[in-house]
Design a protein around this ligand. Structure first.
Ligand SMILES: [Zn+2]
Ligand SMILES: [Zn+2]
Length: 147
């Protein structure tokens, strides 16, 4: 079940938080009383930035899944998730679009390799067939010679 995360400090029921990624944790700071909570986000392969991906607002509503790991963040102004960045193989921060592009590039490269090895196999099959035809020709020549 997904629950809205509300500030747990007595007398505060703030439900807007500033967010900040630190190491494998996501720090949530209550906008009302400044209490800080941290959520383990080490299972994400990206880093959550402090601003909305759409409007640059920096306060979010936080939703948590009570059954499995997961945190959902929604900008209180426009409802969009915060900006996220991925680390590429060299450890450089890249945004989602670049990551998608990189993935596509990787796929094209591996498709190329597959096509190349398929072509090689087709060549081998064709060569194999030639060999069979040659042998058959040889056998039938031999048969005609002895008959
Ligand atoms: Zn609070
Ligand atoms: Zn927003």
């Amino acid at each position: 079940m997904i629950r809205t995360f509300v500030c747990e400090k007595e007398g505060c029921s703030g439900n807007s938080f500033y967010i900040e990624s630190k190491d494998d944790k996501l720090l949530l700071t209550c906008k009302e009383c400044k209490s800080i909570y941290d959520i383990d986000v080490s299972y994400y392969d990206y880093t959550i930035l402090s601003q909305c991906s759409h409007c640059n607002n920096d306060t979010f509503k936080v939703f948590r899944d009570t059954e499995k790991e997961g945190v959902y963040l929604k900008c209180i102004e426009c409802g969009n998730p915060p900006e996220i960045v991925y680390l590429d193989e060299e450890g450089t921060q890249i945004n989602y679009e670049s990551r998608v592009l990189n993935n596509i590039k990787d796929r094209i490269v591996s498709l190329d390799q597959k096509i190349f090895s398929l072509e090689k196999k087709i060549d081998e099959v064709e060569n194999g067939q030639e060999l069979i035809e040659e042998s058959l020709a040889y056998v039938s020549k031999f048969l005609t010679e002895i008959s």
